[in-house]
Design a protein around this ligand. Structure first.
Ligand code: NAG
Length: 294
């Protein structure tokens, strides 16, 4: 075989490898777990949709369990009148003392803003809500929602802009999620008893079915916990340079990203448990007084 065609074949093989690791495939990575056909994997595994009608919502979960990771997903939320609907996208472990890292998108009447609700549970206890408006229409296009979860912090990002940095405050007695493997979950459901303007605006079922879409799932930088209990950590950057291995496992916000997060929190944050003194008359949660004030 002429050497030129050998190198062409090699190039082709390399391209395939890169493509398959860069773009997740929902058939490979995700199980639709409920909704009786309302959740669908389409386009050869490149697109996933969940839908909600009066009879039921739908949901999926990741096949893998993770103990730390940098996990990206692109979502396009229910368009038009989405009042009363909630699209939840989160990491969670199992059991009564579970850990959980939440994004929840609370729908609204046409032209009114979604609320992006975030929360962190450790060892069964949550009550750490922060809520935001978005600086774009989350129903017009796909946007990337990311969770960086490492032993020191949980950073929530939107299109690469950090919006929340929940730091490990174990040194002052606050449990941090770091021992329980989590799966990724998502669901689209009716929550018109509380979601929109605190439950004032109900779901208008004449607009059903409501549909949210997902693409470009990426958990290349993550530690997968196998059913045997063994785990293995991978890093997409290890392909190019072994010295870059698992940078994400100790990543923190540099000053540029700290500034960007401050900008979001100043302009788009609408609720912060850490400033809600009415709710915590006995004193704010301990992590609020030190590292998680903003
Ligand atoms: C819906 O729109 C109203 C009016 O603009 C706003 O007060 C509310 O925060 C919005 N979002 C939700 C989920 O209620």
């Amino acid at each position: 075989m002429p050497s030129s065609s050998v190198s062409l074949m090699l190039m082709f093989a390399t391209t395939l490898l890169v493509v398959s690791s860069a773009a997740g495939n929902f058939y490979r990575d995700i199980d639709i777990t409920w909704g009786d056909g309302r959740g669908k994997i389409l386009n050869n595994g490149q697109l996933l949709t969940l839908s909600l009608d009066k009879a039921s919502g739908s949901g999926f979960q990741s096949k893998n369990q993770y103990l730390f990771g940098k996990i990206d997903m692109q979502l396009k939320l229910v368009p038009g009148n989405s009042a009363g609907t909630v699209t939840a996208y989160y990491l969670s472990s199992q059991g009564p003392t579970h850990d959980e890292i939440d994004f929840e998108f609370l729908g609204n009447l046409s032209g009114n803003p979604y609320i992006l609700h975030t929360n962190v549970f450790s060892q069964g206890k949550g009550n750490r809500e922060q809520q935001f408006y978005l600086w774009f229409d989350p129903t017009a296009d796909f946007h990337t929602y990311s969770i960086l979860w490492n032993p020191q912090r949980i950073i929530f990002s939107v299109d690469g802009t950090p919006i929340r940095d929940f730091k490990n405050s174990e040194s002052i007695g606050v449990p941090f999620p770091k021992n329980q493997p989590m799966r990724i979950y998502s669901s689209l459901w009716n929550a018109d008893d509380w979601a929109t303007r605190g439950g004032l605006v109900k779901t208008d079922w004449t607009h059903a079915p409501f549909t949210a879409s997902y693409q470009n799932f990426n958990a290349d930088d993550a530690c997968v916990v196998w059913s045997s209990g063994a785990s293995s950590c991978a890093s997409s950057s290890s392909q190019s340079s072994s010295s870059n291995n698992n940078v994400w496992l100790s990543q923190e916000l540099d000053s540029t990203n700290q500034d960007r997060m401050n900008w979001v929190q100043k302009n788009y944050m609408i609720y912060n448990y850490c400033t809600d003194t009415n709710r915590f008359p006995q004193g704010l949660p301990p992590e609020c007084t030190t590292t998680n004030l903003s």
